[in-house]
Design a protein around this ligand. Structure first.
Ligand code: PLP
Length: 461
């Protein structure tokens, strides 16, 4: 595997323009991590670079590529949509594709056949979906308070960001929206104490916390949370922006626990990785409280909501997920994959746990106990708490051609979230790459010498 990013003239021009007019710090960070490749072709779970490398994608654009990169059926559905020259954003018609997508989404979400979710609001991102949930829950209950879990990630607009307690994301942005309080994910007693005050319009949870470190709910927690929300007339909202659409081995993660949330937020994978689209599924009663009369028919909307290409991408993506049985595939492969990882990584003192559901997996590391390892680990942790994780990410990319990341709110958890179309050979390659990387951490100096070089480069850049 080459270490230098050779790149082309076009790549160099892109870098120069991007640094000048978009985000220079992001460009610097990618260069520092030697991950500033020029990608030329992305298909399924594989990315090709201009300098001839083949990368296995284990990040999936943070769970965007459930159907893989550039799925041919979704791409051709979009071509057909464009060729039809139909209405895409008239803003004064009823979108047939929006209706079709809503019907499909509601059918797939309705695991129990109860029909309790009957309305959809379309957004263009996950954060916009979260904003929608906040407004609708407030309108429905007449309450202002919002309850969220510590460690959560819900997006970076003001309302969504207010539901996140991690200072890193909030710092410098002033007052966000009022009325937000936090509880520990998994603590039923804390939750009941908060809900019984009657102050909260909504409890908003990721069923499996993603950026907090692929944190699974303790047994019975989500069911109790739902029951408590019913008892205290609080809207029970599940943010399935990462966990939805087959990722965890079910169409919604909620299905694993037989939940019936009042609202479900989807985005990311619904786009097929091609056209931004999100959806908020909800009960009739909640919808009605925002649009009760003709006068308020468009009181909550957005220009790109129901955009024709976005709706088409959503319909085609759901078709692929269903036709290819991607949720079932994720369930089966995910169990096997985590079993293989546990097996190969057993005995390495820095590996604390391998956990997840479907193809939503995390490998958690811990500070080493043995003296020699501890000295190196602590020295780098002092430079930056994410240093160890970023070194792992960099090594996996450079030495093994694997793209992944650490969790945004837990730097000691490495994500393994490949497209759901991933093959067993790629999963096996990941397992072996992890085992080799762990070996280099635990029994050679090469990992730590590399870390030193990274620090030196960081100082130079
Ligand atoms: C659970 C969750 N909710 C919401 C969001 C926000 O989605 P978006 O980036 O599309 O605004 C994210 C983004 O990573 C997410 O992981």
């Amino acid at each position: 595997m080459t270490t230098a990013n050779v790149g082309t003239e076009r790549g160099a021009a892109t870098r120069e323009q991007y640094e000048r007019n978009v985000n220079p710090q992001w460009a610097h960070l990618l260069r520092l991590l030697e991950m500033d490749a020029e990608y030329t072709r992305c298909e399924g779970g594989t990315l090709e670079t201009a300098d001839g490398r083949r990368i296995d994608d284990f990040l999936s654009g943070y769970c965007v590529y459930n159907t893989g990169h550039n799925h041919p059926a979704i791409v051709s559905a979009l071509h057909r949509e464009l060729d039809a020259n139909g209405p895409q954003m008239l803003q004064s018609h009823l979108s047939a594709t929006a209706a079709e997508l809503a019907v499909r989404l509601l059918r797939l979400a309705d695991h129990s056949g109860s029909g309790h979710l009957s309305k959809v609001y379309f957004s263009s991102s996950g954060a916009e979906g979260v904003e929608t949930a906040i407004k609708f829950a407030r309108a429905h209950t007449g309450r202002g308070g919002l309850l969220a879990a510590r460690g959560a990630f819900h997006g970076l607009t003001c309302g969504a960001l207010a539901l996140m307690d991690a200072p890193f994301w909030r710092e410098g942005f002033g007052e966000l929206i009022p009325g937000v309080e936090f509880v520990d994910f998994g603590d039923v007693e804390q939750l009941e104490r908060a809900l019984e005050t009657g102050r909260f319009a909504a409890l908003i949870l990721e069923p499996i916390q993603g950026e907090a470190g692929i944190v699974l709910p303790p047994q019975g927690y989500l069911e109790r949370a739902q029951a408590l929300c019913r008892k205290y007339e609080t809207v029970f909202v599940l943010d399935e922006v990462q966990t939805g659409l087959g990722r965890t081995g079910a169409m919604l993660a909620a299905h694993h626990w037989g939940l019936r949330p009042d609202m479900v937020i989807l985005a990311k994978a619904l786009s097929g990785g091609l056209v931004p689209v999100g959806a908020v599924l909800m009960t009739e009663a909640i919808y009605e409280s925002v649009y009760p009369s003709l006068r308020r028919a468009i009181v909550h909307t957005s220009t790109y909501s129901e955009n024709g290409l976005a709706m088409r991408a959503g319909v085609a993506t759901l078709e692929v997920i269903e036709d290819e049985g991607l949720a079932e595939r994720a369930l089966r492969l995910g169990e096997w994959f985590r079993g293989r990882l546990r097996n190969r990584l057993a005995g390495y003192e820095m590996v604390r746990a391998v956990r997840g559901m479907g193809l939503f997996s995390g490998i958690e590391f811990c500070a080493p106990r043995s003296m020699t390892l501890r000295l190196s680990y602590e020295a780098f942790a002092r430079v930056h708490p994410a240093m160890f994780g970023q070194m792992l990410v960099m090594r996996l990319y450079r030495e093994h051609g694997i793209l992944t990341q650490i969790c945004g709110n837990n730097f000691l958890v490495l994500k393994a979230t490949p497209p759901l179309v991933v093959d067993e050979e790629s999963l096996e390659r990941f397992v072996e790459a992890m085992a080799e990387t762990m070996e280099s951490i635990h029994s050679s100096r090469s990992f730590w010498t590399d870390a030193l070089r990274l620090v030196a480069r960081a100082v130079r850049i």
